[in-house]
Design a protein around this ligand. Structure first.
Ligand code: HEM
Length: 396
């Protein structure tokens, strides 16, 4: 699946995995789950746990699970179990409710216009890389402005999040884990400094708001700062690569299906359904992990307490029992998907990711009628977190 062919089209591999059974043991331990309904069931079931730091430190493979990057991830919101999870999630507030989104939408639209101006200019000279110029840029500009980070720091944030993600991959190599550890250390330094500055000069930004909230909840300032740190770290780690992939995948899939793109140009009101079909067809995250809370029967398998199941949501989205002609990209279907997870860990950034995709696709449809692919897309060789690294386009 890490080969260029596997990255370009992982779905035949998922078909093979599906043929091995609904829930089957992975050679590296734990179980793989491919049916949509079973993935959905586990995500919604509050009793299944996430791999917290406490679980990680108990694993025999210390190089994999007790590395600094892994333990740091274990302390972030999606890796906390109740009651810690409940407390931390509440403390984030309504990050992207209607009112906040309205404010952020100005930043999204302004950045979309700026990036499409730059792309249009480049296209006048020939080919341009959509990933480099647009889809890697928009999420970091939006999150950066929202958090109030200096624009000069955006390239660093992008680079560190690309490296940090290896600890969340399926089979990170030793060198990838080392990269992830060093990125985590630099992210810690960056956000610790940011929190110190925001304590000195509080503002009208999410980090200052989280400091106020945690100071009200937690008498120990070091504990409060640690919580704010893990929130700031996680929104950056969670919000950049995933959204970039949604943006690149949307444009790639529409350019590969020109008739559907043409139809959409005259029916832009259907954009929300199109974004859902992109999220179904090729989600940014293809795999979500959970831990059995007790000996549990899942499908026809007995999962022992504390064992991991890997929910292959990328495969589940192509489960023929869930979607008719699941292998076809079809913007006219009513797509259901698990791209933003489900249950208590449901993604808090989903409205922002949708807003960015809507803004960008609206701009591309309106401003670039002759856009087409001019090269084979290139992916990073990963399994869980998809990343398009190059998407060459030209404008006729
Ligand atoms: C297309 C873009 C995105 C995708 C596909 C995505 C996907 C996900 C998924 C699958 C989860 C659940 C993980 C689990 O259950 O173990 C999650 C959780 C989360 N996401 Fe996103 N995400 C996206 C964008 C964002 C953005 C832009 C932000 C914030 C700025 C964000 C913030 C979060 C947070 C805070 C959680 C943790 C929720 C919890 O555990 O209670 N995400 N995301």
């Amino acid at each position: 699946m890490r080969t260029p062919a596997g990255q370009a089209n992982p779905f035949p591999f998922y078909t093979k995995l599906r043929e091995m059974g609904d829930v089957f043991p992975a050679p590296w331990g734990g179980y793989l789950v491919t049916p949509y309904d079973l993935c959905d069931q586990v995500l919604r079931d509050r009793s299944w746990a996430v791999p917290s730091s406490e679980w990680r430190t108990r694993q025999a493979d210390a190089a994999r699970w007790s590395a600094p990057a892994s333990l740091q991830m274990g302390d972030t919101l999606p890796m906390l179990n109740p009651p810690d999870h409940t407390r931390m999630r509440r403390s984030m507030g309504h990050m992207f409710d209607r009112k906040s989104l309205q404010i952020i939408s100005h930043s999204v639209d302004r950045n979309t216009d700026r990036l499409l101006d730059r792309l249009t200019e480049k296209l006048q000279d020939g080919e341009a890389d959509f990933c480099k110029l647009v889809s890697e840029e928009l999420p970091v500009a939006v999150i950066g402005e929202w958090l109030g980070l200096p624009p000069d720091d955006y390239p660093l944030m992008r680079e560190l999040t690309h490296d940090q993600v290896f600890t969340q991959e399926l089979f990170p190599s030793h060198s990838q884990l080392a990269l992830s550890d060093s990125a985590t250390a630099r992210l810690r330094e960056y956000f610790t400094t940011l929190i110190r500055e925001r304590r000195r000069n509080p503002g009208n930004d999410p980090v200052s708001a989280w400091i106020r909230t945690w100071d009200g909840m937690e008498p120990d300032r070091a504990v409060a700062d640690e919580a704010v740190y893990s929130l700031a770290l996680f929104v950056v780690v969670a919000g950049l690569e995933t959204t970039s992939h949604l943006l690149s995948a949307s444009v790639r899939l529409l350019l590969e299906h020109p008739l559907q793109m043409e139809w959409l140009r005259t029916h832009p009101e259907n954009l929300p359904a199109v974004i859902d079909e992109v999220l179904r067809y090729d989600p940014p995250i293809h795999m979500i992990s959970r831990i059995a809370p007790a000996d549990s029967v899942l499908g026809d398998a007995l999962i022992r307490k504390d064992e991991m199941v890997q929910l292959l949501v990328g495969a589940a989205h192509h489960d023929p029992a869930k979607h008719e002609d699941a292998e076809l990209f079809n913007i006219h279907r009513r797509s259901s998907h698990l791209s933003f997870g489900g249950g208590i860990h449901y993604c808090l950034g989903a409205p922002l990711a949708r807003l960015e995709a809507t803004s960008l696709l609206t701009g591309v449809l309106r401003r670039l009628p002759g856009l087409r692919l001019s090269g084979t897309p290139v992916w990073a060789p990963r399994v869980a977190f998809r990343r398009l690294t190059e998407l060459m386009v030209v404008q006729d």
